[in-house]
Every structure is written in structure tokens, then in C-alpha cells.
Design a protein around this ligand. Structure first.
Ligand SMILES: [Zn+2]
Length: 240
């Protein structure tokens, strides 16, 4: 009788040991994670500006209205009653460009000179519009960043402008007056390196002021066709 009791106790002890051992093995394998609070999925409350502005199904064209929100740019004539103010001439053209491109189905971001949305802007292209001084000269010119990360693409944008803007406005290319301020233009350093960029001096307020202020549709057509030329070439084109 006593032996039977001892054996029964031994069996109970063995079963309890096996259960305890199994428990320790399971704990060791899974860790104590199930006791810890579950991490919450990361929630992004604010979408970065560039992403918010961008509609993936439409190409995004960013246009800087030169000097807007900053200063007047070149002023021709008496400063009290100027005949032409660069920022005003350019703003009219930039607004017309925006509406024409939007009519053509593109998304357009119209920006001020030092617009904070330029920071890390991702767009299919950024074009900054300015006009040249009041001297009696005529011609337009475009430049892309001298230290561009995508020189083949940027060069093609400028080539489109040189062809299409000239064709629509009849203005000559004033190539030799491209300045350091153009090739090292501040906005070039702000946008994402993969955003194609150029700056366009639409003409001289001196020699081309009448064309720019009284027939802005010619400059607008030139810009529109330059942008179409570039975007059409982008399909299938890759940076070399
Ligand atoms: Zn300017």
C-alpha cells in the first residue's frame, strides 16, 4: 500500500515536471512579447508639400513668377510712374501659362520667387520666368544648373525652349548674356535633384517690352510649346 502511494506520487511529480519543462521551453521560444503592448502603426499626419501638390495621374509643372512676393525686379522709366515693372509683366505671363497648361490637362504649381514649396519640390519640371533689363536690346535666353545632377535632361529642356520660344515669339537667342545668377539660380539648389529645371529670361524690357506687355500671348505660346516639347521627349527618355 505504501509502495503504491509512493509510485503514484512519483508519477504525479513526473507529470508536473514535464508540464513545467514544456512551459519553460515555450516561453524561451516565444519570448515575453505577448506580455508587451503592441506597437502602434506609424501614422503620418502631414503629407510633405511636394507630395500633397502632386497628383500622380497628371504631370506637374511648377512655374516661378519671377520676383513675385519679393521685389519688383527691373523697373523701366521713372520709378514713380514706371512704364514697365518686371514682376508685373512676368506675373501676367505666368498666370496665362498656368491657365493654358491646366486647360491642356496638366497640374500647375504657380510659385513666388522664394516660395517655401520649392524646398525638395518633386515635379516633372520647374521653369522660372524673368525678364531682362530696360536697355535697348532684344532677345531671350534660358539656362539650366551648371552643377545639374541630370544635365542631359536639363539641357534638353533648354533646347526645347531655344527652339519653341524662338518660333512662337520671333525673338532672337541672346546667348552671350547668360549670367552666373542664371546658372547658379537659387531655386536650382532647393528642388529635388531629379526635378528638371531651367530659368528663362523672356526678353529685354527695353527692346522687347512692347511684345511682352502688349502681346503676352506670344510669350505664353512659346512657354507652353517649350513645355510640351520637353514633356513629350520625357516619355521613354532617360538620363544618360
Ligand atoms: Zn528678374
Amino acid at each position: 500500500m505504501r509502495i503504491v502511494l509512493i509510485r503514484r506520487l512519483q508519477r504525479v511529480f513526473l507529470i508536473v515536471s514535464v508540464i513545467l519543462f514544456a512551459g519553460i521551453v515555450i516561453l524561451a521560444a516565444t519570448g515575453l512579447d505577448f506580455l508587451l503592448p503592441r506597437p502602434i502603426e506609424r501614422v503620418t499626419l502631414i503629407t510633405p508639400t511636394a507630395e500633397r501638390e502632386r497628383e500622380p495621374e497628371r504631370e506637374l509643372v511648377a512655374v516661378i513668377s519671377g520676383h513675385a512676393g519679393f521685389d519688383s525686379g527691373a523697373i523701366c522709366g521713372d520709378s514713380n510712374s514706371p512704364t514697365l515693372v518686371e514682376a508685373e509683366v512676368v506675373a501676367r505671363i505666368a498666370e496665362l501659362v498656368q491657365s493654358e497648361l491646366e486647360e491642356a490637362g496638366l497640374a500647375v504649381l504657380l510659385l513666388e520667387e522664394y516660395d517655401e514649396r520649392l524646398d525638395r519640390l518633386e515635379a516633372d519640371l520647374l521653369l522660372s520666368l524673368h525678364a531682362d533689363s530696360c536697355i535697348a536690346a532684344s532677345g531671350f535666353k534660358a539656362a539650366y544648373p551648371l552643377n545639374s545632377a541630370i544635365p542631359t535632361t536639363d539641357k534638353r529642356l533648354v533646347e526645347c525652349i531655344n527652339t519653341e520660344y524662338a518660333a512662337q515669339t520671333g525673338l532672337p537667342l541672346h546667348f552671350h548674356s547668360i549670367t552666373h545668377d542664371m546658372t547658379y539660380y537659387h531655386a536650382f539648389r532647393k528642388v529635388l535633384p531629379t526635378t528638371p529645371t531651367a530659368i528663362l529670361e523672356l526678353g529685354f524690357l527695353g527692346g522687347d517690352g512692347r511684345l511682352l506687355s502688349e502681346e503676352p500671348e506670344l510669350a505664353v505660346a512659346g512657354i507652353r510649346e517649350s513645355i510640351f516639347c520637353f514633356l513629350q521627349g520625357q516619355n521613354g527618355a532617360a538620363e544618360q
